[in-house]
Design a protein around this ligand. Structure first.
Ligand SMILES: [Zn+2]
Length: 425
């Protein structure tokens, strides 16, 4: 293109278009989460990074690379709305990060991104990291093409009260933490606004606030309230000035309700949500992003002695309460997205949550929609992700068999394409 002179620009542009890689996928079955229907014998035409056409009997251009998935079920790339890819190699206790440099954490996170992509999750909403802005760097490295990984939408840091659910706790008070371990700490509406202004300047995609205590934080009580309603309202308002949405970690009923009333886009965990909280979520159109699988990994890690004792005490009974409340929320018709807290369970195993979502009340199609069309809507990027439609990214996966009959097929995805490029076949 750089040799084009202005009157040839149009011709050069045409040449540029013609040289974009054209791929055609033959899909025996194609799941469309937008309509909740499975289509048969479809052709997907891809030009460069995006989908150009989808339908039956579409003519395949002579120059196209053909991928034959006519014996498989094709789905849009999956989206996990609650991951922590930039926290390095998790070892069950966040105190482990104090033994590592920021560079070690960053480099340990490279394979996290790769295995998540290869497991069929082509997009993630990454909701916080113990060392601020490591997630921004990981996202940018993926976008530059330096390393393989999913589309990442990142939070930059946890916006948390001092000593709260998103703080790096467990050390003696006389130890001074480096800047990136308390970057998101805020203790008034104006401090919340200041932190969000910094994060927006740093290029984050959304804001993560912590509205109650946490299970996996030392000195924390998941049944408590942390930020006040006033602080949460300040967060949502300030984030909106930068076009950013807010998600709130909340286990306790009051933490959940405060977050919904403040206008967050989603409540994470929503463990102890009560009937009033479910009704409020419906009324406000708030997504519930409930990580109902990771209980398996917390308990399993506990048996192996890999989970600190105080975390297991926080967790007692909460796992089953969350699953029962998930069932209630689904039955009530609340908006549900798919989020796993990836990092608690090993990276690349998020697909295991689908079977639990079906076990606790969803149809297989609803579980798939939670991880595709609903998730894209929560991100505010339905134009780019969530279904296989013209104009969207060519983020496409396929499984051998019918995932609507056997949802566990999504635990082991054999074909993965992101932006028109095949990462696994
Ligand atoms: Zn989390």
């Amino acid at each position: 293109m750089k040799f084009c002179i202005w009157f040839l620009a149009a011709a050069c542009m045409l040449g540029g278009l013609a040289s974009a890689q054209v791929t055609a996928i033959r899909a025996g079955h194609l799941v469309d989460p937008d309509s909740g229907v499975v289509l048969t014998d479809q052709v997907i035409l891809i030009s460069g990074k995006r989908i150009e056409k989808v339908g039956k009997g579409i003519e395949i251009p002579a120059n196209a690379t053909v991928i034959d998935l006519s014996s498989m079920t094709v789905l849009p790339g999956l989206i996990d709305c609650h991951t922590h890819l930039a926290d390095g190699a998790h070892d069950g206790d966040p105190i482990g990060i104090f033994r590592k440099t920021a560079a070690e954490l960053a480099l340990e996170s490279v394979p996290n991104a790769r295995v998540v992509l290869e497991s069929g999750f082509t997009t993630v909403r990454d909701v916080g990291t113990y060392r601020a802005l490591g997630d921004v760097a990981l996202r940018d490295a993926i976008n530059r093409g330096d390393i393989p990984g999913p589309h990442m939408f990142v939070a930059g840091a946890y916006v948390t009260i001092t000593g709260g659910a998103g703080a790096d706790t467990g050390l003696a008070p006389d130890i001074q933490l480096p800047w990136d371990m308390h970057y998101g700490q805020a203790d008034s509406p104006w401090e919340v606004r200041q932190v969000i202004r910094k994060l927006a300047h740093d290029g984050v995609d959304h804001i993560k606030v912590l509205s109650s205590g946490a299970v996996l934080t030392h000195g924390s009580n998941p049944k408590s309230q942390e930020f006040t309603l006033e602080e949460l309202q300040a967060a949502v308002d300030e984030a909106s000035h930068f076009g950013l949405r807010v998600e709130a970690h909340a286990h306790s009923p009051v933490g959940i309700k405060n977050a919904i009333l403040a206008g967050v886009a989603s409540v994470e965990h929503a463990t102890m949500i009560d009937d009033e909280g479910i009704a409020l979520a419906k009324q406000h159109g708030t997504y519930l992003d409930m990580d109902i699988y990771d209980e398996e990994c917390i308990q399993e890690g506990g048996k192996k002695g890999n989970v600190p004792k105080d975390f297991l005490e926080h967790d007692a009974q909460l796992g089953q309460i969350q699953r029962d409340n998930f069932r209630k929320a689904v039955a009530a018709g609340a908006k549900m997205s798919f989020g796993t807290d990836a990092g608690v369970c090993p990276y690349g195993t998020s697909g295991k949550q689908f079977a639990f979502m079906v076990k606790y009340g969803m149809t297989p199609m609803q579980a798939i929609q939670a991880a595709t069309s609903n998730a894209a809507d929560l991100l505010g990027h339905s134009n780019d992700f969530g279904s296989i439609k013209p104009g969207k990214y060519a983020d496409i996966i396929a499984v051998a068999g019918d995932p609507l009959r056997d949802i566990r097929l999504l635990e082991d995805v054999p074909f993965v394409m992101k932006e028109g490029k095949v990462y696994k076949h």
